[in-house]
Design a protein around this ligand. Structure first.
Ligand code: HAM
Length: 429
């Protein structure tokens, strides 16, 4: 047999890594609940068409797509948003709005594997459906900021833009959706010259090229100043002005609500996914050059999937990259430290009683391991030490006859004899 390895781009999470991952997931779930988001679980495999419709080239070309045995064209989900939009358009179509939904799980994209980029990765996804108001966008930004804070990350920067600004200019210049999507894809990849060339070749005016060129230059953390400049820059494009005003109101709400968030506005910012219609954002930390989270407003997707029109805004937080950032920033996880206990029977004759004691302690919510290797006492204790177990309960025949056991504090190296009935209480104290 060959030596089996994980498939390229796929990883095992060994206990220490899995512990961090599950910690982030717990925090994400807590934040979701604290904002009123309810968790739903959707399938890993969805119809190719659903996932491909508004994914954008980048994601569409990288899907794990295949025909199932029934001949259906399907794919492993590369993101949660289409699945949630499908649920809202169908099963939940008559639910009162707003709907706040939350998903957690693995996603698949055939990306080139590198640090922070994998073919299997995890997201915690928040979607707020039913409101077109700026307070909904502000809520998604603030929930994302809360999550970063709850996992202990520092110096996060929210890069924020609005696709309505660029699309506003391009629409008024008469460019169709297909060309607009291609332009935004290029801008997402920072290929600004190619993007401008495409705009030019599609018949747009010289004025629009000057406007777009200036927009790309407009960025920074002086939020009101940049927004003011954006407005001046696009003042002859009515739709773009409306978009800047919307962005300005969202940012005003976020900042004035006291949410401690560091924002950098980028007028020429675009994201690869095609369904965005409004505010878009990504979250960065100085230690990594890839985004930890990405999101934005998508007002047409639910409708496109056959549902009642439903404005929506959401975010997906990349758990793998949050993990990387936590490691880079040496974040110490705030976890309740549980005491660990090992039960060691002395010889075979006390085994059943030792098992009963293990059951009793587990019933009182103590983490208990049982010595299953049949090792002699010294070896079993050495191993417990190595694995940083706190206490050993030693079950010997002589003590057992008096309903007692030995309790050894492995850190202090002290041993006492305790009545079995008192054991739970003694360990708690
Ligand atoms: P996205 O920007 O494609 O947005 O992905 C969101 C996050 O998922 C990224 O910021 C990153 O942390 C993580 N991610 C994406 N691809 C990979 C990869 N290959 N390896 C590791 N992590 C990755 C979406 O998925 C949208 N559905 C977000 C959204 C929700 N928009 C509205 N609602």
């Amino acid at each position: 047999m060959p030596e089996f390895k994980t498939v390229r781009g796929m990883r095992d999470f060994l206990p220490e890594e899995a512990r961090i991952m599950k910690y982030i997931e717990r925090r994400a779930r807590n934040v979701a609940e604290s904002f009123g988001y309810r968790e739903i679980v959707t399938p890993l495999v969805e119809s190719y068409e659903l996932l491909a419709t508004k994914a954008g080239e980048e994601v569409r070309l990288r899907m794990f797509a295949f025909k199932d045995l029934g001949g259906r064209m399907v794919a492993l989900r590369p993101e949660f948003t289409p699945s949630i939009a499908r649920v809202v358009a169908t099963t939940l179509r008559n639910e009162p709005r707003p709907l706040r939904l939350f998903c957690l799980g693995s996603l698949y994209r055939y990306d080139e594997p590198q640090r922070g980029r994998y073919r299997e990765f995890w997201q915690s996804d928040f979607e707020l459906i039913g409101s077109s108001r700026p307070e909904a966008d502000a809520e998604v930004l603030s929930a994302t900021n809360r999550l970063m804070d709850r996992v202990g990350l520092r110096d996060c920067v929210f890069k924020v833009g609005h696709v309505g600004v660029l699309r506003g200019v391009l629409t008024e210049e008469g460019l169709n959706d297909k060309v607009q999507n291609a332009v935004l894809q290029l801008m997402d990849k920072k290929q600004f010259d190619d993007a401008l060339a495409l705009v030019k070749n599609s018949g747009a005016s010289e004025k629009s090229l000057t406007v777009l060129r200036s927009l790309v230059e407009l960025k920074g953390n002086r939020v009101s100043k940049i927004v003011e400049d954006m407005k001046k820059c696009v003042d002859s494009y009515e739709k773009a002005v409306v978009a800047v005003e919307n962005l300005s109101e969202i940012l005003r709400l976020v900042v004035e609500s006291g949410c401690e968030i560091s924002v950098s506005v980028e007028a020429g910012f675009a994201r690869g996914l095609e369904y965005y219609t409004g505010m878009i954002f990504e979250v960065y930390v100085p230690e990594l050059d890839v985004a930890l989270s990405g999101g934005g407003r998508y007002d047409k997707l639910v409708e496109l999937f056959g549902g009642e029109p439903a404005p929506a805004v959401g975010v997906a937080n990349g758990i793998d990259r949050i993990m990387l950032a936590m490691q880079e920033q040496h974040v110490i996880m705030e976890e309740a430290v549980e005491k660990k206990v090992i039960i060691i029977p002395v010889g075979d004759e006390t085994k059943t009683d030792a098992l009963k004691i293990a059951g009793m302690l587990r019933g009182a919510n103590t983490m208990v391991e049982f010595e299953v290797m049949g090792r002699k006492m010294t070896k079993a204790l050495e191993d417990a030490d190595r694995r940083k177990i706190d206490y050993a309960v030693i079950v010997g025949k002589k003590e057992l006859d008096e309903r007692k056991v030995g309790l050894k504090d492995l850190k202090k190296r002290e041993q006492i004899t305790v009545g079995i009935e008192e054991l739970t209480e003694t360990l708690k104290n």
